[in-house]
Every structure is written in C-alpha cells, then in structure tokens.
Design a protein around this ligand. Structure first.
Ligand code: DAH
Length: 340
C-alpha cells in the first residue's frame, strides 16, 4: 500500500512539474483526485486493509493528497504568472507610432456668414431675437399687411399645416412678434430658416435662411436705413463696396427698396456671376408701413422705423465666391473641408 501511494504521488508530482498549460494540471487533478481518480480508488479499497493499519494508511493518503494539491496550486500560479509576463511584453505600447487622426468638425459657410452678420449688428446695438419656423398665418402675412387674397402672397403661399398655421415663408413674422411684445425703441435682427414653394436650382431652394432686421424709434428715416445697410456692407465686404437702392414693393414697407451690391467679381462691368448686370441683389428693405405699426399697437404719429430682410445663403455665396447654392446643402466633404 505504501509503495503504491508513493508511486501515485511521484508520478503525479512529475506530471505537474512538467505541465506547460493549466489544462494539463486539470487533467492531473481529475486523474488523481477526481471521483474515479487513483487516490480516491485507494481510499475506497481501505476495507481490504487491516483495521489496525487503517489510521496509518488514511494519514498517508491525506499526506499524498495535500502534497499533490499544493503542487497543483503552485504550478497553476507559476503558469499564470508566466502568461501575464509574456502578455505584458507583447502589449508594450510603441509611443513613436503615428496616431489615428481625429477629424474635428468646423463651421458651415452659412454659419460663418451668419456669425459675421450678427457681429456687425451686435456692434451697432442690435439684439438677436428668434422666432418659430411653424408660424401663424396672422404673423407671417396678415399683420404684415398681406391680406388673404393679396397677390404678394402668390409666390409664398404654401406649406400650410392648418388654415391658420404654416411653415413661415419669411423671417418678417418676427417683426410682428417683437412689436406686439415690446415697446419702442426696438433694434433687432432675427436669423432663421424659411420655406418656399421654390424648385431647386443654382440660386433657389425650398428651404433657405434669412436674417430680418427691424428698428423702431422716434424720427427714424430712410437715411438711417441707408446708412445702416452701407455700414453693414462695408464691414462685411470692405470699404470699396457699392450699394444700389432700387424702388420695389413690399406690402409691409412704404417706401420699399431692393438693395443690390456691385458685383465683387467684375467690379460692375458685367460677368456670368451677376448675369451681365454688374449688380447682385442682396436684400429687401423699406420704411415700416404705418398700417403694420397700427396692427401692432404702435402709434405711427409718434414712431417710425425701417426693416430689411437678407438671404443668408446669398451672403455666404458672395463672400466665398460660391456659384451654386446646392453646394451649401449637399454635405460634400470636398466642398465643406475648404471652410476649416
Ligand atoms: N420678407 C422679404 C422676402 O422674404 C424680405 C424683406 C423685404 C424683409 C423688405 C423686410 C423688408 O423686412 O422690409 O423677400
């Protein structure tokens, strides 16, 4: 019995010693200590041992078991330690390798144009006010002196949500909201998105952006409007810019003017960009119609004001010499990356 036990122990320790992976150790454990393992078998055969020898044999079995368990434990730890050491070696970071470049975002040309414009008007003491894109017909048309069947409504008459609610066609609605809420003096600009039934082409989009301007105070004249727009154009495009005021009609201003900028590309000679005109239309403007003031509870005998509405895309296009509006919406990285 003693010899047999010694043999089992010696063989087990030898196998453990030479094991290279943890799974071999598990095999040894099962083969020796498992339910049907060799040492377990020895215990089972105790009934054949003389009763007086049993305590002795029992002790020998326990000693063998303990020795094997200790050896298993130590070897498992040793193998794991070696594995970890090797892994550490393999995973060393080479700090000299080039990194993965992170692409950071940047402002869209429309946004750059807007921020330039905002800076100029904030510098002149204007406040920025925003209005909703889903707007009441009342604010978008009616209180702006555009009644239900007015022909001026034709080119904007679309995208109705109910009879009274629509996607705004112009930021002029914010004029009304502001005048209904605030007492003069008022000096605001209001940038935002607007919607029209326009087909897409190089200079049109059914969704585009405008910036509205409104000033109401005592003794405001057309001279104030001219001076303001000229200052604005010079700050944005340099002191050499030339503006042209052309008579026009808007129901909410009287008199009204469209304002053109002398073509920056040809200097007014006429080229494909300005379609041979020498001038590029930039905005609509005028002296706020007395009826609009009355609609908003402001006395036209006491107050007067001017208003204007600028297309933001046009500002970006002029500033960056972009000849097709669609480029602004297509999210083509080859185009956008130029504005980093
Ligand atoms: N709302 C006009 C448009 O969308 C632009 C405009 C013209 C705004 C004259 C004004 C204005 O405030 O006085 O074309």
């Amino acid at each position: 019995m003693r010899d047999k036990l010694e043999a089992i122990k010696a063989e087990a320790l030898a196998k453990i010693e030479s094991a290279e992976v943890v799974s071999t150790l598990n095999d040894v454990k099962v083969a020796i200590l498992g339910k049907k393992g060799e040492l377990t078998q020895v215990l089972k055969s105790m009934k054949d041992v003389a009763p007086e020898d049993r305590p002795k044999v029992g002790q020998m079995v326990n000693e063998a078991r303990q020795a094997i368990e200790t050896a298993l434990d130590e070897k498992t730890k040793a193998i794991n330690r070696a594995l970890r050491a090797e892994k550490m070696k393999r995973e060393t970071i080479d700090v000299t390798l080039p990194g993965v470049k992170k692409l950071t975002g940047h402002r869209h040309p429309n946004q750059i144009a807007l921020e330039d414009l905002e800076r100029v008007f904030i510098g002149m003491g204007y406040e920025i006010v925003e209005g909703p894109e889903v707007e009441y017909d009342k604010y978008n048309f009616e209180l702006l002196n555009i009644p239900a069947n007015h022909p001026a409504k034709d080119e904007q008459d679309t995208f109705y949500i109910t009879d009274e609610i629509l996607l705004r066609t112009q930021t002029s609605s914010v004029q009304i909201r502001t005048m209904l809420k605030n007492k003069p003096p008022i000096a605001i600009i209001s940038p935002g998105r607007v919607y029209r039934p326009d087909a897409v082409d190089g200079t049109h989009s059914p969704i585009f952006h405008q910036c509205e301007g409104l000033v109401i105070d005592k003794n405001i004249t057309f001279g104030d409007l001219k001076g303001t727009l000229e200052t604005f154009a010079k700050r944005l495009y340099g002191d050499d810019v030339k503006l042209r005021f052309r008579p026009h009609h808007f129901p909410y201003t009287e008199p009204s003017a469209e304002v053109d900028l002398q073509c920056f590309k040809c200097g007014g000679k006429g080229c494909p960009l300005c379609k041979g005109e020498g001038w590029i239309e930039m905005l609509g403007s005028g002296i706020v119609h007395p009826q609009v003031l009355i609609n908003c509870g402001i006395d036209p005998e006491e107050y007067s004001g001017f208003a204007f509405g600028i297309g933001l895309e046009r500002i970006a296009m002029m500033r960056y010499n972009i000849d097709d509006m669609r480029l602004l919406y297509e999210n083509d990285q080859r185009f956008l990356a130029q504005f980093r």
